[in-house]
Ligand binder design. Structure first.
Ligand SMILES: C[S@@+](CC[C@H](N)C(=O)[O-])C[C@H]1O[C@@H](n2cnc3c(N)ncnc32)[C@H](O)[C@@H]1O
Length: 236
């Protein structure tokens, strides 16, 4: 079984073309501006193919960090002049600080243990300037996860159709999703593969405690851009 986004990076932008990056980026910018007016540097953890960076760079010198080489290949193509770091968000040291660190569209889902979540927050806090803002769009809480759900969707692009069918199994606080992808191009080529996406489910109280322990003052918006909530924390 393949790692998350190992092959699907190439169809990620098409499959997730429903996501309104432009509007959500304005919301993120407003939240940062309210807390740290004039903020100008930013790091995005789990930046993927760079679609948020593409929007956020109108206000910030924004750098991206991701653990997936295939996602960063697409991101480089999108933003050739931007700085990207191939690193794990639970353990990184870039030897610099930023006015804001963001982790959007639930990239934090891929942190599967409480110890790693704490380490991710401490790393993020260490990379913030005083008064800097950390924004995390979380994954689902354990009580909100629906076990055993199977989803299937086909998306059509220019000369290509992509299908994804997926299920999930709950293993303690981990929800392991397996996504079967099938892609066909109009030149007659076709491809099919399965990726395993292990994710971690954490409570709001766990987030709150870990953010405070990392030296941050947290707030929580239960809605957020996608109804998944939003943690907003300022470095003390
Ligand atoms: C759902 S995608 C979101 C990408 C991007 N933020 C967006 O909004 O399109 C999750 C991303 O998190 C990355 N990721 C997963 N685990 C990571 C880790 N431990 N460190 C850094 N990035 C990670 C994946 O490679 C993937 O690019």
């Amino acid at each position: 079984m393949l790692n998350p986004y190992e092959r699907s990076a190439e169809v990620y932008d098409l499959y997730f073309s429903w996501l309104d990056y432009e509007t959500n980026a304005i919301t993120i910018h407003e939240l940062i501006e309210e807390r740290k007016p004039g903020a100008e540097s930013m790091l995005e953890l789990g930046c993927g193919t760079g679609r948020y960076m593409e929007q956020l760079r109108q206000w910030y010198g924004v750098e991206g960090l991701d653990v997936s080489e295939s996602m960063l290949t697409v991101a480089h193509r999108r933003l050739p002049a931007a700085t990207f770091h191939l690193a794990d968000m639970t353990e990184f040291d870039l030897e610099k600080t930023y006015d804001a660190v963001v982790c959007l569209f639930s990239s934090v889902a891929y942190v599967t243990s409480l110890a790693d979540l704490g380490s991710m927050m401490r790393c993020a806090a260490r990379h913030l300037n005083p008064g800097g803002v950390l924004i995390i769009e979380p994954w689902f809480t354990p009580d909100a996860w629906v076990e055993g759900q199977i989803d299937a969707r086909i998306v059509e692009g220019e000369g290509v159709k992509v299908a994804r069918i997926g299920g999930n199994a709950l293993e303690g606080n981990r929800a392991v999703m397996r996504w079967a992808w099938a892609v066909a191009w109009e030149d007659g080529d076709a491809d099919a593969y399965v990726e395993e996406h292990p994710t971690g489910l954490f409570t709001l109280a766990e987030y709150d405690t870990l953010l405070r322990e990392a030296g941050l003052t947290p707030e929580y918006d239960p809605e957020g851009p996608l109804g998944r909530g939003l943690h907003i924390a300022v470095k003390r």
